[in-house]
Design a protein around this ligand. Structure first.
Ligand code: 5GP
Ligand code: ZN
Length: 319
């Protein structure tokens, strides 16, 4: 199975030099390969570290009075349409399709499976798509008039982005844990700013060398290039980046995003003062943080510095 990751999936040549960390993680049985690039199971040890990060984010959310939500890895198609994700990132999304035929269609389905034919063509779109960001599920909960202090959510889910890659930090399916705020323009902007500072402190405290950089999302196509330039110009997206040993360049392990009224308008969210609501989210890429910690401190969390283990609550679980 490691060979598949080293060589890429059939027809997809591996990128020399970028796959070494993922192979080490697989060889150490921290990530469980599936035969698909960027799709892994988690070992118990890996999960313990992920849980520790989750608890740290939760503590911050609790200090803000955030409502805790664990959302499914799929999102209603109608909600998805309101996020405008398809306009900006059509190449990253994933859709769920289901079989809803009768006996003749089932017979044809099986015939195609056996002959290697195009059986997915017989499926129909379900009323769900794969979640692209954990916070997308909270905006429909805010439709209407907000309380004066707005609403704050601690929300996490598995997210899917179609970016098959042999790099350890680029997964197709990964956990995103966000603290999102919906409220006034000032409230949302403050959340973005304070969240960025808090996230950088939290991750630096785990021994990761963090810096903050303005960033843009990978908007699709020619129009997308304009959107990305505007986002950068106005510093709407800030990323907390770090160098992960064994990978190239800097990797964003968190982002702090101002959406302005991007979700307030389509989801019909109003502030107590009658303005269109603004929103902001601070997103922690849990898998990237675990991978960064393993690359920096070593593949055996039992031997990590005690301060790091204490913060992650690993003192008992791995001893
Ligand atoms: P964003 O919405 O800013 O693109 O993503 C939020 C966070 O999710 C990122 O800062 C990153 O930590 C994480 N993330 C984004 N894409 C991937 C990916 O392909 N793989 C993994 N493991 N995490 C990702
Ligand atoms: Zn978000």
């Amino acid at each position: 199975m490691t060979d598949i990751i080293r060589a890429g999936t059939p027809g997809t040549p591996g990128t020399p030099g970028t796959e070494s960390l993922v192979c080490r993680l697989v060889d150490a049985e921290l990530l469980v390969p599936t035969g698909v690039l960027g799709l892994y199971g988690r070992s118990g040890t890996y999960q313990d570290v992920a849980d520790g990060i989750g608890a740290m984010v939760r503590r911050w959310g609790a200090s803000l009075g955030a409502r805790r939500l664990h959302l499914p890895p799929v999102l209603g198609r109608a909600t998805f349409a309101h996020t405008n994700y398809l306009e900006s990132f059509p190449d990253l999304m994933g859709s769920v399709h289901v079989f809803s035929g009768g006996n003749p269609e089932h017979k044809e389905l099986l015939r195609r499976v056996e002959s290697g034919g195009d059986w997915p063509a017989l499926l129909e779109p379900a009323d769900v798509v794969l979640a692209s960001a954990a916070c997308h599920g909270v905006y429909p909960l805010c439709t209407g008039v907000l309380p004066i202090e707005g609403r704050t959510f601690d929300v996490q889910s598995y997210c899917f982005r179609h970016e098959p890659s042999p790099q350890a930090a680029r997964m197709q399916s990964f956990v995103m844990h966000e603290i999102a705020h919906v409220g006034t323009a000032d409230g949302a902007w403050n959340h973005r700013e304070e969240g960025l500072a808090h996230g950088l402190r939290m991750l630096s405290g785990l021994g990761l060398d963090m810096s903050a950089v303005p960033a843009s999302d990978p908007f699709f196509g020619r129009v997308g290039a304009v959107l990305a330039a505007g986002q950068l110009d106005e510093e709407l997206k800030m990323e907390g980046v770090t160098a992960i040993p064994g990978t190239q360049g800097m990797t964003a392990i968190m982002s702090a995003n101002s959406h302005r009224d991007h979700f307030g308008v389509p989801f019909g969210i109003e502030t107590a003062g009658g303005a269109v609501a603004h929103s902001a989210c601070v997103a922690f890429g849990v898998d990237r943080i675990v991978v960064a910690l393993l690359a920096v401190h070593g593949l055996d969390p039992a031997s990590w510095p005690s301060g790091v283990r204490d913060q992650l609550g690993l003192a008992g679980s791995l001893a």
